[in-house]
Design a binder for this molecule. Structure first.
Ligand code: NAI
Length: 358
């Protein structure tokens, strides 16, 4: 197998970056720039090896392209990983070296925060690079992207409720939220305000305690038992792969809708849920609020404008459910087709030459 088959997996460009003095080993993956510059966060994580880091960055950057396409943004999809333990290996020199690599791509890739990186890291990277978003409030940034992510997931869940129960509300429904970090606990706030009851699980006991101190009415459950409980909606808000074959088989819920990226352990789960009559709200469609926020920041952040765009997640999710019904296919597949259609149709316009070089 050639390096192009194994290393790029349909991507336009994969860049390996090394700066031995600072210890930087990073991979930047650009899946598509058909709709505009690729945007996606930088994950700083102690991957067990380069192969694992490469597999992760390729999967994540592809999902970013599909997410941007479904969100109606003029952005492509990319992602980056820095291999290492952020608690031990992160340094000014390493982040600035990384910033210089991002800069060297000349705007084909914009970076932002992800697991293991935060706004202060983006501020440092921005000292070497102009293609950075997700910055601190002091530097014109938009703040924590989990706010709009949770808001967008709620819009997607309301669309699912309308599709299944005929009303765009979770009132009187029992929702199981797995993972109550930055997004999950904010989602719980929206759900309670809408009149839902919530069962929540997290592997970190302090995260559950925090939620229960804010909302004592939330019921604590274990992460293993949550999918099997009598819930109406299962909301994976922890890491990827939460809906595996076993979970898909034992789920009592009629809807799966949560924030976690790549929440289906493999593509076949989409069909498995469909065959069981469980409506899956595609993860990259409903969790696009964070991307919408960092994308808006590039041109100078406006909270009302970004929130207005996140409101569209309701209509997009509904549209995809209808298309899936018309075509008799699972909703994840309908979302993929919608994204690919937009990348092809809008991307094709780039073949019309413009004098400013765009
Ligand atoms: P976070 O790190 O703040 O929270 C994740 C929570 O999940 C933590 O409390 C952790 O203890 C818990 N957790 C980890 N493994 C678990 C398991 N096996 N079972 C139950 N709980 C577990 O992360 P955040 O920002 O809330 O993101 C949640 C998910 O949403 C992630 O998959 C992330 O990629 C995705 N996402 C986040 C966005 C954002 O703006 N923060 C944007 C789009 C997607």
């Amino acid at each position: 197998m050639s390096v192009f088959d194994s290393a790029t997996d349909g991507h336009e460009q994969v860049v390996f970056c090394a700066d031995e003095d600072s210890g930087l080993h990073a991979i930047i993956a650009i899946y598509s720039t058909a709709l505009g510059p690729a945007l996606g966060g930088t994950r700083f994580y102690p991957f067990p090896g380069t192969d694992a880091a490469l597999a992760d960055v390729l999967k994540l950057s592809r999902a970013m392209a599909y997410k941007a396409a479904c969100a109606g943004l003029d952005l492509g999809g990319g992602k980056a990983v820095i291999i290492g333990d952020p608690a031990r290996d992160k340094s000014e020199a390493l982040l600035r070296a990384y910033g210089r690599f991002v800069q060297s791509l000349g705007g084909r890739y914009y970076t932002a925060c992800d697991v293991g990186t935060d706004v202060s890291d983006m501020d440092l990277i921005a000292r070497e690079c102009q293609f950075v978003t997700g910055r601190s409030l002091a530097n014109g940034g938009a703040g924590d992207s989990a706010v709009l992510t949770a808001y967008g997931v709620m819009q997607g869940m309301r669309a699912a409720a309308e599709h299944v129960w005929g009303v765009p509300s979770l009132k009187g429904r029992r929702v199981g939220v797995c993972g109550v970090g930055k997004v999950g606990r904010r989602l719980i706030g929206h759900l309670l305000a809408d009149g839902a009851t919530v069962a929540a699980a997290d592997i970190d006991g302090t995260a559950i305690e925090r939620v229960r101190s804010e909302h004592p009415e939330v019921e604590a459950a274990s992460a293993d038992e949550l999918p099997g409980l009598a819930i109406d909606v299962f909301a994976p808000c922890a890491l990827g792969g939460a809906v595996n074959d076993q979970v898909a088989e034992e789920l009592q819920a009629q809807v799966v809708c949560g924030a976690a990226n790549n929440q289906l352990a493999h593509p076949g789960i989409d069909k498995l849920l469909y065959d069981r009559g469980i409506l899956y709200a595609p993860d990259y469609v409903v969790n696009a609020g964070g991307l919408i926020q960092v994308a808006d920041e590039i041109g100078g952040f406006s909270e009302p404008r970004a929130r207005g765009q996140a409101d569209h997640i309701f209509a997009t999710t509904k549209l995809l459910f209808s298309r899936a019904d018309e075509l008799g296919i699972p909703s994840g597949q309908a979302a993929d087709q919608y994204a690919e259609q937009r990348m092809t149709e809008v991307g094709r316009l780039r073949s019309l030459w413009l004098p400013d070089g765009r």
